[in-house]
Design a protein around this ligand. Structure first.
Ligand code: DC
Length: 225
């Protein structure tokens, strides 16, 4: 079965998809990591990000792989470890531009569908239920209050920090501004915009713990398996 989880930046999709995949023994497909990898590699190679054709060439030629063998999962681009680089604020700032290019989306769509051939998958992104796997057995659209999403994202970058640590206030504010900007870009692009599928179950995670959300989605999935 395919479980599709879509939603805006920082809504908790990745953490929740990881836990669901672990619980059911499914593979996890992080499509945001793929767009991030194309953005990061294009920029690192000095490609002009306004030059759509050149960015599409990078996306078509790039071999993106997920290595789950070690302690922490890694993302590889043509064999090089880019796990950290694709999560920096610098990559956050450029990824929406790159992911709006139709040729980039076409190149990654083929890889995403190939990944799921013959296996059970928890896939997360923006267009999983609408475009990538429209026949997914379960579709979830996960949202949360933007301020809560920004705080969660920053705390992920500073494990162990207190949520009300004043040293994090400025970072939370700039992360919030970036999330809101990215949501607007992702939802307004012409090709495969951020949108809930008509048959998606909407879940607002603002006032729930991760475990509560995982339990909710797991029980929906059990009903449909
Ligand atoms: O989920 P994330 O924040 O890692 O995603 C990074 C960006 O990639 C996000 O701003 C939009 C884009 N994206 C997309 O366009 N389609 C997807 N299926 C997944 C991510």
């Amino acid at each position: 079965m395919i479980i599709a989880i879509d939603g805006p930046a920082g809504s908790g999709k990745s953490t929740i998809a990881d836990l669901l995949a672990e619980r059911f023994g499914y593979s996890k497909l992080d499509t945001g990591a793929m767009y991030r990898t194309v953005a990061y590699v294009s920029s690192a190679r000095g490609v002009d990000l306004d030059d759509e054709e050149s960015v599409v060439d990078v996306a078509r030629a790039l071999d993106i792989a997920f290595d789950d063998a070690g302690d922490a999962p890694r993302v590889l681009a043509d064999g090089a470890d880019v796990t950290r680089e694709i999560r920096t604020p610098a990559t956050d700032r450029i990824v929406s531009k790159v992911s709006a290019y139709p040729g980039v989306r076409r190149a990654l769509l083929a890889c995403q569908r190939a990944f799921a051939v013959g296996r059970d998958v928890v896939a997360e992104g923006r267009d999983i239920g609408t475009v990538v796997f429209p026949d997914a057995g379960l579709k979830v659209f996960l949202t949360a209050d933007p301020a809560v999403r920004a705080r969660r994202r920053v705390l992920q970058r500073h494990p162990g920090a207190a949520a009300d640590d004043p040293a994090l206030a400025a970072e939370i504010e700039s992360t919030l501004a970036d999330l809101v900007r990215r949501d607007r870009l992702d939802a307004s692009r012409a090709e495969a915009p951020l949108r809930a599928a008509d048959d998606a179950v909407h879940i607002d995670s603002t006032s729930h713990t991760v475990d509560e959300i995982v339990d909710m989605i797991a029980s929906l999935a059990e009903d449909r398996r």
